[in-house]
Design a protein around this ligand. Structure first.
Ligand SMILES: N[C@@H](CCC(=O)N[C@@H](CS)C(=O)NCC(=O)O)C(=O)O
Length: 336
């Protein structure tokens, strides 16, 4: 990405990574009289499976058995400055199936010819009116939880779920509260660490990231339940999963989030992560595994490329602060 583009879009300020807000924020509704009523076959998700934000929508689409209700148009490759484009890489699409576009930017420009913001995935697209409904993953997954329930099997409808679904009324406050600090320090925190262009920006974000992981580990330890809010998967688990699935394989090394690793230092988070990844039960329908396993080996490469593009020629090298313990002690029974 050129300096120009960085300044215009505003990813960096004083060496700190800044994530601008998503631009399209409309909602699909189960109400047939709404602007975007839920209908099978009407909407499509454009996304790259490597992106953790997009990955959330892939998981929920699969958990809710919406594969035949909402189309999926996958692309894989991003370049600078033109952004996401279709090229068939890793079995994704050769070009946009609706309009023959080669770049995702064209889809954004179709909606707003003057659009000059970030061209991001995921995108929820309305095929009927040819417009973008929403490009904010946290809102797209909320729509998928509830608004298409008329078209999914009885067992996965929110009303028939044990605690009232992924975002039940009585847990909303707790979920929102957790999502808030997890977003700033973990989901987006890893980017603030990984894309930091100065030592100061890196140091400012690496410690809060691990404080939040410690806090999450403590929550699981205290309640002793399998998921963040108790016995069932909620919105908070979905949102944390896509970050932790990338943690040891990409963020730890490429983004220098290396004070600790999930597998060696966070036994409860590690168990939580593996339970989701390997789950084959009815509740998830293997959604975490099927949307992660084909791509997990590619995560590190994607981040290494984007890091190089986002911070071209940074003034001074940023030094990793990990591992937190520089040399593990020797147990008495281990000494010679
Ligand atoms: N807040 C958005 C963030 C989406 C996002 O940043 N996606 C990244 C890929 S992981 C992207 O498309 N970046 C392209 C760019 O910034 O040019 C969401 O959760 O949907």
């Amino acid at each position: 990405m050129s300096q120009d583009c960085q300044t215009k879009i505003g990813y960096q300020k004083d060496g700190r990574f800044i994530r601008p807000d998503s631009a399209f924020r409309n909602f699909v509704s189960r109400d047939p009289n709404s602007t975007f009523p839920a209908e099978p076959g009407r909407y499509a998700l454009y996304l790259s499976p490597g992106c953790p934000w997009a990955h959330r929508t892939l998981i929920v689409r699969a958990m809710k058995r919406l594969e035949n209700v909402i189309d999926l148009y996958m692309l894989y490759t991003m370049d600078w400055p033109q952004g996401w484009f279709f090229n068939g890489e890793h079995g994704t699409l050769e070009k946009d199936p609706l309009y023959g576009f080669t770049h995702l930017r064209e889809l954004y420009l179709k909606v707003d010819p003057n659009f000059n913001g970030r061209v991001t995935v995921p995108v929820l697209w309305d095929k009927k009116t040819g417009t973008m409904v929403n490009n904010e993953s946290s809102e797209i997954i909320r729509m998928l939880y509830t608004e298409f329930d008329a078209f999914v099997p009885e067992a996965v409808r929110e009303a028939n779920k044990p605690v009232g679904g992924f975002y039940p009324e009585h847990l909303r406050e707790d979920i929102d509260e957790m999502n808030d600090w997890v977003y700033h320090t973990v989901n987006n925190g890893v980017y603030k660490v990984g894309f930091a262009a100065t030592q100061e920006a890196y140091d400012e974000n690496i410690y809060p990231l691990f404080q939040s992981l410690d806090r999450l580990e403590g929550i699981l330890e205290r309640h002793g339940k399998p998921f963040l809010l108790g016995d069932h998967i909620t919105d908070a688990d979905v949102r944390l999963y896509t970050t932790l699935a990338r943690f040891d394989v990409a963020y730890h090394s490429v983004f220098m989030c290396n004070l600790k690793s999930i597998r060696h230092d966070y036994p409860r988070l590690h168990l939580w992560l593996r339970r989701l990844y390997w789950d084959q039960g009815e509740e998830t329908g293997s959604a975490f595994h099927s949307t992660t396993a084909p791509w997990i080996g590619l995560y590190a490469q994607g981040y290494a490329q984007s890091k190089q593009k986002i911070n071209p020629g940074q003034a001074a090298p940023v030094v990793p602060r990990g591992p937190a313990v520089l040399m593990e002690p020797l147990d008495e029974k281990e000494t010679l």
